[in-house]
Design a protein around this ligand. Structure first.
Ligand code: GLY
Length: 395
């Protein structure tokens, strides 16, 4: 890419056009700001690979109560966000179908009983199901299902429709999308003054939002202490579809998370008859290869719970890189180190779910207004990364 020597100006530059960056850009433009977004591959990355689960209850992890408070608050924003985005651009495939968690063997039942007790203690909306009750709710479930949990508030959105809608909404709101990498954030007297693009061109701005997912710690120009402590956490995921237009039989009608001999797999059915099956959680650096073993294990476990999946066509196997942080929580808010820098990264397994809340929080930060209280434990500065060795990472 050749430099034109030009220098644009904007009220805010967003680094990264995944679900977080695009949501921030759309909300910022709606708030009256001029916005430039830069990403060499807009609407791809982890946001494209994701399943689109909006599932704070079935995805809860022991000891992550602060994150649960945040994800529950985020889930409450989805109705309005999906409605507003559909009105601004196009429907996003938001489906209020609830989620079933099912257990396949005695060990899985014990695990599910413990989870149920924990979730009840936390006051979550969840109901115990016998195997028979679970199958009555979802006839595609195997007779081998021992028991289950019903989480009526855990829904889904079609992540790829969502990205398409966000691209359209940002475009019609006047957001300028540059399909280019950002090499560095530029500083003047310790405050943000803009960004330098891979072409050498600059965009001048008093506010820069770092929303580059797992690559957010690789950006140049910032002091090491201001970089977010994020790393790639690989997830391999499959997409299945009807074979040659022939219905595969009674497929699942709602999202199912199955616990199969201690492993966890989720199955998310779309309105169009396709089904997403995911996902591995792997520490493999920036590797996005699909492995035979992962495809085998995901299908093996998914069909234990939902045998009809075996008859579907395997349409896609793909890997994405979640932006993981040391405590699995996002890193969102104004940087304590660099004036004008706002971080919006580290969303790990919850990027799609947290996008609306993050977008509004970032716009508040740019405008100097307070952050939502649920984000208080997840501010930048709670941990930092040491200076990056020259050999770290891949672009
Ligand atoms: N939230 C699902 C995943 O990260 O795999």
């Amino acid at each position: 890419m050749h430099s034109t020597g030009e220098s644009r100006r904007a009220d805010v530059v967003v680094v990264g056009a995944g679900v977080i960056g695009l949501s921030v850009a759309w909300r910022a433009a709606r708030a009256g700001m001029s916005v430039v977004v830069a990403d060499p591959e807009p609407a791809r990355g982890a946001s494209w690979v994701a399943a689109g689960m909006l599932a704070p209850v079935t995805e809860v992890q022991y000891g992550e109560e602060a994150l649960l408070t945040l994800t529950l608050a985020a889930a409450r924003r989805w109705d309005a966000f999906a409605t507003e985005l559909a009105a601004a651009a196009a429907p996003v495939g938001y489906r209020r179908t609830g989620t079933l968690l099912v257990a396949m063997d005695e060990g899985d039942r014990a695990w599910t009983e413990a989870l149920y007790a924990y979730e009840r203690e936390l006051g979550l909306e969840v109901q115990w199901l016998t195997g028979r009750h679970a199958r009555a709710m979802e006839p595609a479930l195997s007779p081998g299902v021992r028991c289950g949990l019903w989480a009526p508030g855990d829904h889904q959105v079609h992540n790829r429709q969502l990205l398409g809608s966000l691209l359209a909404a940002t475009g019609s709101s006047g957001v300028v999308l540059l399909e280019e990498a950002v090499d560095a954030v530029e500083l003047a007297a310790g405050a943000v003054s803009g960004v330098r693009l891979a072409s050498g061109d600059c965009v001048r701005s008093p506010a820069v939002v770092l929303a580059a997912g797992c690559r957010s710690a690789l950006i140049g120009g910032l002091p090491a202490g201001a970089l977010p402590a994020v790393r790639p956490v690989k997830g391999q995921i499959l997409r299945l579809g009807p074979r040659g237009g022939v219905s595969p039989g009674p497929g699942p009608t709602r999202s199912v998370r199955a616990i199969v001999e201690g492993a966890s797999v989720y199955v998310v059915p779309r309105e169009d008859g396709t089904v997403v099956v995911g996902a591995t959680v792997e520490e493999q650096g920036f590797d996005t290869s699909v492995t035979a073993g992962a495809v085998y294990e995901l299908l093996r476990d998914a069909r234990r719970a939902l045998p009809a999946l075996s008859e579907m066509a395997l349409e896609e196997a793909v890997a994405g890189l979640r932006p993981g942080s040391p405590d699995n929580g996002p890193v969102v808010g104004p940087s304590p180190d660099v004036e004008g820098l706002v971080l919006a990264t580290g969303h790990y397994r919850n990027g799609i779910l947290l996008a609306p809340l993050t977008a509004d929080a970032v716009v508040s930060a740019i405008e100097g207004r307070p952050q939502p209280p649920e984000l208080e434990p997840f501010g930048p500065g709670r941990f930092t990364v040491p200076a990056r060795p020259a050999s770290f990472g891949a672009q």
